[in-house]
Design a protein around this ligand. Sequence first.
Ligand code: PLP
Length: 828
Amino acid sequence: MNDSVPDTKSSSPSETNGVDVIRDSISQHLKYSQAKSPRTATIMDYYNSIALTVRDRLVEKWIETQNRYFTKDPKRIYYLSMEYLVGRALSNYLVNLDFKKEVCRAIEKLGLELEEIEQSDIEAGLGNGGLGRLAACYMDSLATLGIPAGGYGMRYEYGIFYQKIIDGFQVETADNWLRKGYPWELPRPDYLYPIRFYGHVQHTSNKEGRGICHWVDSHDDVMAMAYDIPIPGYHNQTVNNLRLWSARSTREFDLGSFNEGDYVQAVTHKHESETLSKVLYPNDSNMQGKELRLKQEYFFVSASLQDILRRYKRNHSTFEQFPQKVAIQLNDTHPALAIPELIRLLMDREHRPWDEAWEITIKTFAYTNHTVLPEALEKWSVDLLQRVLPRHLEIIYHINQDFLNRVQVSHPGNNAMLEKVSIVEEKPVKSIRMSNLAIVGSHSVNGVAALHSDILKSRVFPEFNKLFPGRFINVTNGITQRLWLKSCNPALADLLNDTIGDKWVTDLSQMKKLRNFAEDENFQKRWRDVKMLNKIRLAKYIREDKALRMEINPNHLLDIQVKRIHEYKRQLLCLLHVIVLYNRFKENPNCDHVPRTVLFAGKAAPGYHMAKLIIKLITSVAKRVNQDGQTADKLRIVFIPNYSVNKAEGIIPGADLSEQISTAGMEASGTGNMKLALNGALTIGTLDGANVEIKNEVGEDNIFIFGLTAEQVDELKTRGYNPQGYYEQNGELKRAVGMIRDGYFSPDHPHLFQPLIDSLLVQGDRFMVLADFASYIKTQKEVEALFLQPNEWTRKSILNAAGMGLFSSDRAIRQYCEKIWNVHPLPK
Ligand SMILES: *Cc1c(COP(=O)(O)O)cnc(C)c1O
């Protein structure tokens, strides 16, 4: 808390990154940016001053990078995503800029501590879960690899809701993350684009007789204003840009009200247009079909494309080179309206003919599919599109007509195929299938794990795969080890640096060198010590957090399931196992049971009643079990509220066991599985998503695989799945289900969980919890047996981390570069 640490090396005042220079810069910002003196300054004032000091260093490289891109005019990659789950920024910036030590000392010289400042760091939760976090990891890798890339997204005023647990239930509160300002963003009021809605289309022709379209009588138009967030690469000269759009009202008045003289009404109406970027839709793996969401999607893609075209036109006078200079990646179908929007801009604004516009479009776009769940596939009713985006509907019809004509030529008389591939769905409600639009309008479609990409080709889009051979490819997801190891697990990072050097930070394949140490008892001990330290750190958090105040024992097997709450992810299966353990512990109190703490965290979509009921069940079982003196020292259940990137960083390094237990065929990839294994957790999982590849990399002896395969799930469904049969046959299952059903965990409300029971026993158990129960319980027994052999457990834990080389987002981005974008890093 004082300046007792003399700085010898880097305090030379001539260096911009010297400790004294940094301290002075913080003091300057405190005075001139915050208008505070040390006497009146709050922690937030210091946080802002430190952030601005760090940002100053970023800005230089940022300007330099953007100038270099302008001068050299390389092909640029634009990543379009409605979500970015970036988490806290300060520590990430300090790691990537190699600036942590200096800033830490400078802060100490001001009588503060970095940890205290980091508590004030604002978490940007502009995403729901895996898809948004993936976009953030990819931004980090693109900059680290020096790829001329930019992200586009939405600057929601309210990010993913804040989850409170009240009386065991999830209660949502608004995430007003901008209320104290956000020092990392730069408003760009000069980048402002008009976005139009509603109205209709008029067709005329020009002098040469070519048809032209006018989108007329639009109303409720808004402006999109840019906010930029710098994305620095790790220890390099690249700072890319993440541009987020915010809705602003136009300068025009609502003429109706204004002419009636109602000035106040007119201004109020202007204000309403700004609700467009107000809030992130909190649905994960579910599509709602709300008009406001459609408007958000269009607002986002139109602003992004207008910006991309403006930038292209600074260097080019024709569109001939557009696909050689621009690649656009669609993160799921949320931005798929970019396809008709690019055609519209090229035709109606740039006066290019259809054929040219179409050719440019298909060469420019590539689409990443993230789900095969039918309820998650986006569809928009034709009625709604006709009203909100009449010109785009016309263009979509044109795309579809041309496409279906080609299909009819290549597959004459195949009406079944036509029906399947059509962008338009006729029944039950005439709708536009956004996945079909994205597939037809892109030159490349990728799944996000090997299994998922195979399922896309064989089960979800087999007709498209036949029509477009080679268009469907796989790029398995990845995570950035800068955040998910170096930053969140410094103790493990130090041990790695000591053992295999520090190249793993930019080359995760180096992790395989750990295999040489897996049997080394000395190294095993150090590895175990690191894990224990992280478990103690997590226990401290759980003890001190106001919402928890619980004691957990770091010697327990720490069993972790953290992710969005969804029936397909099967938190219910994990919970049934907990109840089985509870019954076993009570039945045989003197047996040598493996003591276990089971930790859950995750948000449920606010309208998803089943998922919310699962949270209530978790907290109810926790309450009953944790207060049972007979089992208290052997079994604990914790639900950590408000799962977020920051919470994940705190939880994951402490995990012994990683629960990745989705119904096979339903989790596209998962990335939580990768984060946990990288931090030395052993996985218990189904052969689903990237678990399949994790198994291949770590070896089948080092992972606990159970349950039906995706193929067997299909087979069983075709044959006729009868969950009742499984229920009747298994005593432990029957008993656990019975306890939930009869109110053992909800004595004041015995029928509370009936809908969950009905979903299993009456509605057919869509996610096959009961079919996988026995296999899961048996495999958990194997987990216990291994945990009783600490050296064996540790050996496997080391081999898990050693096998994670493939799952770096750096590898994923390299594959996107080679297989899809045809770009190369731009050396400085
Ligand atoms: C990684 C991550 C996810 C995705 O987890 P899965 O287990 O892959 O579903 C969701 N939320 C947050 C905050 C994450 O960091």
